[in-house]
Write a protein that binds this ligand. Structure first.
Ligand SMILES: *[C@@H]1O[C@H](CO)[C@@H](O)[C@H](O)[C@H]1NC(C)=O
Ligand SMILES: *[C@@H]1O[C@H](CO)[C@@H](O)[C@H](O)[C@H]1NC(C)=O
Length: 593
């Protein structure tokens, strides 16, 4: 879940962002020169290096994956608990160096497996990794410390198979922000994470650590997860690109859940091309997650979407009604972005609203029932599958009792004492009210929401500030039957029917939304610096993003639009993190040492 619980308005916006979004944070136009280091020569600057640049350096033997792992571990060490103490990374992989050496050997003997060979990637701490490797999977909570997952989550296994090095686990708002009203970026195990652009700033959440790590070059990229805003919101405040795929495109097997109806795993990277490369490695059907059976049999080649002229001929709609009370600086930057996409050949339909009367708060009221009911069911199922849990926690009720018994670690004064969302979830059964809420959410997201707006104005996608993008996408119903699973996918349809028949529910496949967020801009110098209680909600230089929102399985299109926008604007590099937050270690410091 998205986050900023301390401020109810921000919390509301966050909740809205859950649905379908690919959020693109724009890259800045001015390119400040990167810090030049003697001897850096043609080595990439790890603050900004793209996966393709890293791959090129590896290919040309300018450095090895061992060098990359050493440099990234040193960078994490500089800013995580030391220096500014940003608290982005919970654990690093004790076997990362030997795995890198093995992948270096393999590269020499049989060549790279693909674009992610030997590339270090960080994972949000709700994505399981095999226990033998030594890393924990805890959603940030002491309740799961030492627990033994049955193995790698499917997305983790896929990254490994693609040759990526799983460098460590990123912090998050505990339980993916499904514990209670606490500041975003807090978990019991690591404490409060903060924003790399504003000292003591809100990092947003729940994928807070993944956003901070990608923003500062603590790894080549990261995975996050989203239920309603948890990828795109921290990506927006971290000045990076975040992609929340359609529910069902990436497997959730082995991912500590909130809701099977809404959870989605996606990439959080510095540029759209990197996000596309990471996405390509993790998509696919997985018998361990039935929702994935609805996706097209063959994934598109997302690299083909990386076209500078990608916005030419696109029809984009602006759901203005969602912009009420939006920050004035965000609105100014957004209207400039509309001029940019028009100049790049897109037609902008403005306004192109969702159904009249579409209300974020009303939609959240039904969505919350679904998330609470799912959480109890899905979390209990996750806990039941664990091979061992040293704390004995096996149900949501156990988590609540654990927190109360370990209040000094988990319910920490003065800001982090709340676990009301867990309590509410434990009391929410999957009864008639729950199923009515599932259907209502589906309608709000689909006919009354994104699909309705797209159809009324013959649009390809919606474009809006990221801060308002998550909810329609979170609840968006993209019925498999009318999306990618139309007639060309006869077999898929049949399988879906089978899957539905086996389930007591019939709407499991309809909450699909997709969002891609890219950098849009930064708060100006004259904006008031918020109070740190404990994090600042705003301040000079705070980044914000713009999001492309699409129908089910329209990732290819959104990547195409976001890439064209990013290449034309390069917003990300208009501003760097505050000086102490930028790690100094570069490849030149580790090569040959
Ligand atoms: C995982 O947690 C255990 C405590 O149960 C700890 O000993 C171990 O160091 C942790 N793993 C890593 C990689 O930090
Ligand atoms: C998915 O479908 C399989 C049968 O193919 C069934 O055994 C299993 O219970 C289903 N899993 C979930 C999580 O619904």
């Amino acid at each position: 879940m998205n986050t900023a619980a301390v401020n109810p308005r921000i919390a509301l916006y966050s909740a809205l962002a859950l649905v379908l979004g690919v959020c693109i944070t724009a890259y800045g136009s001015g390119h400040p020169s990167l810090d030049w280091l003697p001897g850096m020569g043609s080595l990439p600057d790890l603050y900004e290096a793209s996966i393709e640049e890293l791959q090129e350096g590896l290919r040309k033997r300018r450095f090895t994956s061992v060098d990359l792992v050493k440099a990234y571990l040193a960078r994490i060490d500089e800013v995580n608990l030391n220096g500014p103490g940003l608290r982005a990374v919970l654990e690093t992989n004790p076997h990362a160096l030997e795995q890198a050496a093995e992948l270096d050997r393999e590269r020499k003997t049989s060549g790279p497996r693909g674009p992610l060979h030997g590339i270090p990637i960080l994972l949000k701490d709700n994505i399981a990794t095999k226990h033998e490797e030594g890393m924990n999977t805890t959603a940030g909570s002491y309740a799961l410390l030492g627990s033994v997952a049955p193995g790698d989550a499917t997305v983790a296994a896929k990254l490994r198979a693609a040759g990526a090095i799983l460098l460590g686990k990123n912090t998050l708002s505990e339980w993916a922000y499904w514990r209670g009203q606490i500041p975003s970026g807090f978990c019991g195990r690591l404490g409060q994470a903060t924003n790399p652009y504003v000292r003591d700033g809100n990092p947003s959440g729940s994928s807070a650590g993944s956003a901070i790590a990608a923003a500062l070059g603590l790894a080549a990229g990261a995975l996050g997860s989203e239920t309603d805003g948890s990828i795109i919101s921290p990506s927006s405040l971290g000045n990076i690109v975040g992609l929340k795929p359609t529910v069902g495109l990436t497997s959730r097997a082995g991912v500590i859940p909130i809701s099977e109806h809404q959870d989605s795993v996606g990439p959080m990277c510095r540029c759209v091309a990197d996000a596309a490369a990471v996405l390509a490695a993790i998509v696919g059907r997985d018998p361990k997650d039935n929702y994935t059976l609805s996706q097209p049999e063959v994934a598109p080649d997302y690299t083909k979407a990386l076209r500078k002229d990608g916005l030419k001929g696109a029809r984009l709609g602006v759901p203005r009604e969602l912009f009420k009370d939006i920050d004035a600086n965000v609105l100014i930057a957004f209207d400039a972005a509309l001029a940019t996409v028009r100049a790049l050949g897109a037609t902008v339909v403005d306004p192109a609203d969702l159904q009249e009367g579409w209300d974020q708060a009303a939609v959240w009221a039904t969505e919350e029932i679904v998330l609470c009911g799912d959480f109890k069911e899905n979390m209990n199922a996750y806990l039941a599958k664990l091979v061992a849990v040293p704390t004995g926690v096996r149900t949501v009720a156990d988590i609540i009792a654990f927190n109360a018994a370990h209040a000094d670690q988990e319910l920490v004064e003065p800001f982090w004492t709340d676990q009301s969302t867990l309590v509410k979830s434990d009391a929410t059964p999957q009864d008639a009210r729950f199923w009515a809420a599932v259907v209502a959410g589906y309608r709000a997201g689909r006919e009354d929401g994104i699909d309705g707006a797209l159809a009324r104005h013959a649009l390809d996608a919606l474009l809006l500030p990221t801060v308002r993008a998550s909810r329609p996408a979170a609840v968006a119903g993209y019925p498999v039957m009318s999306g990618a699973c139309l007639s060309p996918w006869r077999r898929c349809r049949r399988r879906l029917r089978d899957v539905r028949g086996r389930h007591r529910w019939s709407h499991a496949d309809v909450w699909r939304g997709l969002t891609l967020a890219v950098p849009l801009g930064f708060q100006p110098p004259d904006v008031a610096l918020g109070e740190a209680n404990p994090t600042r909600m705003n301040g000079p230089g705070m980044p914000f993003g713009v999001a492309f929102l699409g129908t089910a399985y329209s990732e290819f299109k959104l990547i195409q639009y976001a890439y064209a926008y990013e290449q034309a604007t390069k917003t990300r590099l208009q501003r760097r993190a505050y000086p102490e937050a930028i790690p100094k270690t570069q490849l030149v410091h580790v090569i040959g040492k």
